[in-house]
Design a protein around this ligand. Structure first.
Ligand code: PLP
Length: 392
């Protein structure tokens, strides 16, 4: 979901008049680490930064093991293979998410079953998951091979409820935490836990638009030593160590490079700073826009959202495109939210449970600039632009 215009160094935008939606925040420590990796000769997928990144990442999210890979999409692909998901299987997945959540389900030949969001967190609705699993149990139909929970926009899903339902039917849960690094729970059954570290396998992304970037990259986390070892094996072409070119199954070239890991590790060390910045920006937007005919992002007690991509819901869906045009004219880089997966050409035939909430989020949603480096005066320009649209 990154646009070319957003990939530029802070302070050097192509069009200095436009406030970009979100740009990476790359500092001197990151530059030094990348240069060091280049000069060390460890440029590819062997090198000390990869293991260091994995170790620090596992500790940061509270998982026992972390395995670095080339993208968030690759992480989800490997997670599905690890769970033995394949042809003929169903996988329940959020309908309202970026397409990278669901494509790996198609890669392994399985069928996504698209489940609507609940309006409280904009994420997978536990009552619809329960309805689907209960229905299958009663009808004697096979259970899905996995349930994929996504924590969209930095907002934790109602994972405790979903984990409980899935446990009842012995269905493994994969978390797509690509957008929610640093988010977690401070209340309820998961208090003290981080998104991505509560399911069987958690998947993260370090694409340029995520809160921590490695240029590109992903991470697979789990508490299961066997799954972690197998993830490492699968991401490195299933090569058997110390035996000449022996590959004992079909593997992938999905290992993260040392250069990317060096960048990702230094970015990870700034995660708290980035989360604070996102939360500060969100609080300011909430305060300055609360009287307008719109809904600000979820604020749920016991759930600590990072507000990775600050997004509003306009009361009137007919306002969305005119609002985006108005913002563009005012030099503000706004963006619509995702079209629900059940409306995407490759997934139109997928079984869908509900769908009215995801459609409403898509038709009403507008994301606002929220780079961690956004200055207060720039943010005020965004606020003024949103307000002037409503006072037209
Ligand atoms: C970015 C993203 C992905 C894919 O990650 P990549 O690293 O871009 O492959 C998957 N799911 C969600 C929700 C994302 O935002």
């Amino acid at each position: 979901m990154i646009h070319r215009q957003e990939v530029h160094a802070p302070g050097g935008p192509a069009d200095p008049g436009t406030i970009p939606l979100a740009v990476p925040n790359i500092g001197q420590a990151e530059r030094d680490a990348v240069l060091h990796a280049v000069e060390s000769g460890f440029v590819s997928s062997v090198g000390p930064a990869v293991a260091a990144f994995e170790d620090e990442f596992a500790r940061r999210v509270g998982a026992r093991y972390a395995v670095a890979c080339t993208s968030g999409t690759a992480a989800i692909h490997v997670a599905l293979v690890l769970l033995g998901v394949g042809r003929g299987d169903d996988v329940l997945c959020a309908d309202f998410t970026f397409v990278g959540s669901v494509n790996p389900i198609a890669y392994v030949g399985a069928r996504p079953v698209l489940i609507d969001s609940e309006p409280g967190t904009w994420n997978l609705d536990p009552s619809l998951v329960a309805q689907e699993l209960d229905h299958r149990a009663r009808a004697g139909e096979p259970m899905p091979a996995a349930v994929e929970v996504v924590h969209v926009l930095g907002q934790p899903a109602q994972a405790a409820e979903i984990l409980e339902i899935c446990q009842r039917y012995d269905v493994p849960v994969i978390e797509d935490a690509a957008e929610s690094l640093g988010a977690g729970w401070s209340g309820g059954a998961l208090a003290g836990r981080q998104t991505g570290a509560v399911g069987r396998i958690g998947c993260f992304s370090f694409n340029g638009n995520k809160i921590v970037t490695a240029g590109g990259g992903g991470m697979i986390v789990t508490d299961d030593a066997h799954l972690a070892a197998r993830a490492r094996h699968l991401t490195t072409q299933a090569k058997v160590p110390d035996v000449g070119y022996l590959h004992d199954e079909v593997g992938f070239n999905y290992r993260l490079t040392n250069i990317a890991a060096a960048l990702g590790l230094e970015q990870l060390r700034r995660l708290d700073e980035f989360v604070s910045a996102k939360q500060r920006i969100a609080a300011r937007y909430d305060e300055k826009l609360k009287d307008l005919p719109l809904t600000t992002p979820p604020r749920v007690s016991g759930m600590d959202s990072t507000y990775w991509l600050y997004s509003l819901l306009l009361d009137d869906p007919d306002d969305r495109d005119p609002m985006l045009e108005h913002l563009a004219r005012e030099g503000v880089g706004g963006r619509a939210l995702w079209r629900p997966l059940h409306e995407q050409p490759p997934y139109r035939e997928a079984r869908t449970v509900g769908g009215a909430v995801s459609e409403s989020l898509f038709r009403r949603g507008v994301s606002l600039p929220c780079s961690t480096s956004l200055h207060a005066d720039e943010q005020q320009r965004v606020v003024d632009a949103v307000r002037s649209f409503h006072s037209r």
